[in-house]
Design a protein around this ligand. Structure first.
Ligand SMILES: Cc1cc2nc3c(=O)[nH]c(=O)nc-3n(C[C@H](O)[C@H](O)[C@H](O)COP(=O)(O)O)c2cc1C
Ligand code: SF4
Length: 446
């Protein structure tokens, strides 16, 4: 289970430069697609079973096939490189180490979509990545791999790098489109979906960096070959950014279907829990997905080994399962406080809510305040039920999924760690001393 198709050449000296990238077979997918009909490229990606790596796991080929080509309006590919989800840092790594893989993927994908203008929307804080991407685009343009008449084929493509301004919500595809248009990044109501009416009202595909970076391999080796990697419902490899109380934090490319236990404990991946402590819980797919206690992340409720795949991680629904999400894998040891962690996540969602819908705007603030009270020793037992009630009223009642993303971690924390919330209420001093190392005398003043 150590197949690598995205990061296999990381470590090759100079792979971020065009000559070295080309010497290692780079841009062969562009050469190949230019001789194919665009519809055949879409078909190949459909056959691959590739699912979007931005979080929702929507099939990429199917998304591409929704794009309206009949209207004659311009079509756009927008690569989502906003990557602001806490715990997720794999796109940053991919762009830093393999910029030409992304550019190659963009050219091949844009050709399939018959788009002549594509964008990379990059998180504003990634200053150095923006420079890397712009250098790679300039090199590719100079070599006739981007721009007018690519490789003499008559196909034209310009790639524009656009910087975000630090708002997490601009990673949501319709907020991203608004931001690209120069407006405030407020999510749009869907439908219409971007494939019908996206950037400037034109058909637009928004895809994650990793999804687009997988396209060259699929073109070179066939969709069928890609579909053979991983599991039937989770084809291919996935980048996982692993962090928290583990021995080897970092970005790993895994073949989907790897047992979670192996990922956490094998020296080839996370290398086990730091300082010989016990595993307490895992957030498997970025801060938005439900947290699971050790027992349920290692095994499903049926006692099957839990696998790193869309279907296995979600086995049991939210009662006993979670989601693969964006691949931001956060590991907590026995000393970590679930209340504090949930409060921290909720602070983030409250801060990042765009404020358009009341359940999200008000609810995230309510949750933050209740959690603050519990965490700082001013909570009541009834606050736990109130918290549950507030998150229920957010989920499913908002314009965009940020509302759900704020509600799910709170629901899961209460579902699996209610005793810890109660303990905070009953023994606030113990929690404060444990979490903040505060001597008892100062506790009352916090
Ligand atoms: C609040 C919020 C933030 C998001 N941030 C990102 C992001 O940083 N990168 C990303 O690829 N997708 C993000 N998404 C998902 C995008 O809306 C979209 O589904 C994704 O870019 C589609 O690409 P894919 O099909 O290749 O996964 C976010 C969604 C929400 C609701
Ligand atoms: S759910 Fe939150 S972030 Fe999304 S549109 Fe509504 S208020 Fe804005």
């Amino acid at each position: 289970m150590s197949m690598k198709i995205l990061l296999d050449k990381v470590g090759v000296a100079g792979i971020e430069t065009l000559p070295v990238y080309r010497a290692h077979g780079g841009y062969s997918a562009v050469e190949k697609v230019l001789k194919m009909a665009p519809a055949d490229v879409v078909e190949e990606v459909k056959k691959s079973g590739l699912r979007g790596r931005g979080g929702a796991g929507f099939p990429t080929g199917m998304k591409w096939s929704f794009i309206d080509k009949k209207s004659g309006r311009p079509r756009y590919l927008v690569v989502n490189a906003d990557e602001s989800e806490p715990g997720t840092f794999k796109d940053r790594y991919l762009m830093e180490k393999m910029p030409h893989l992304l550019i190659e993927g963009i050219v091949a994908s844009s050709y399939a979509l018959e788009a002549n203008l594509s964008f990379i929307y990059v998180r504003g804080e990634f200053r150095w990545i923006i420079a890397i991407l712009e250098k790679a685009i300039a090199e590719a343009k100079e070599a006739g791999l981007v721009g007018k008449n690519i490789m003499g084929s008559g196909y034209n493509l310009e790639i524009v790098v656009q910087t975000g301004a630090g708002a997490y919500i601009c990673g949501e595809e319709t907020a991203l489109i608004e931001s690209l248009e120069g407006k405030r990044g407020n999510p749009r109501l869907k439908p219409p979906f971007p494939a019908v009416s996206g950037l400037y009202g034109n058909p637009t595909v928004v895809n994650n960096v990793e999804s687009i970076a997988a396209v060259p391999w699929i073109v070179n080796n066939s969709g069928e070959s890609y579909a053979k990697i991983g599991t039937p419902k989770s084809a291919g490899t996935k980048l996982i950014s692993a962090c928290g109380n583990i021995n080897y934090p970092g970005v790993y490319e895994i073949e989907l279907g790897l047992p979670v236990e192996e990922f956490i404990f094998s020296p080839s991946y996370c290398g086990g829990i730091k300082d010989g402590k016990r595993l307490k819980a895992v957030v498997a797919g970025g801060s938005s997905v439900p947290i699971l206690p050790a027992g349920l992340i290692l095994k499903t409720a049926n006692g099957e080994p839990r696998l790193m795949s869309y279907e296995s991680l979600s086995d049991g629904g939210f009662l006993t399962g979670t989601m693969l999400g964006s691949g931001g894998f956060i590991v907590y040891d026995e000393d970590q406080c679930i209340v504090r962690n949930t409060w921290n996540f909720t602070r983030f969602y409250h801060h990042e809510s765009c404020g358009q819908c009341s359940p999200c705007r008000e609810g995230t603030g309510w949750m933050e305040r209740i959690l603050h009270n519990i965490e700082y020793g001013h909570g009541k037992l009834s606050d736990i039920d109130l918290l549950w009630d507030v998150q229920r009223k957010i989920e499913g009642n908002t314009i965009c999924p940020l509302g759900d993303a704020a509600a799910w971690p709170v629901a899961a924390a209460i579902r699996h760690f209610r005793d810890e919330f109660e303990w905070h209420v009953r023994e606030p001093k113990e929690c404060l001393v444990r979490n903040y190392g505060l001597p008892e005398a100062t506790v009352a003043t916090v």
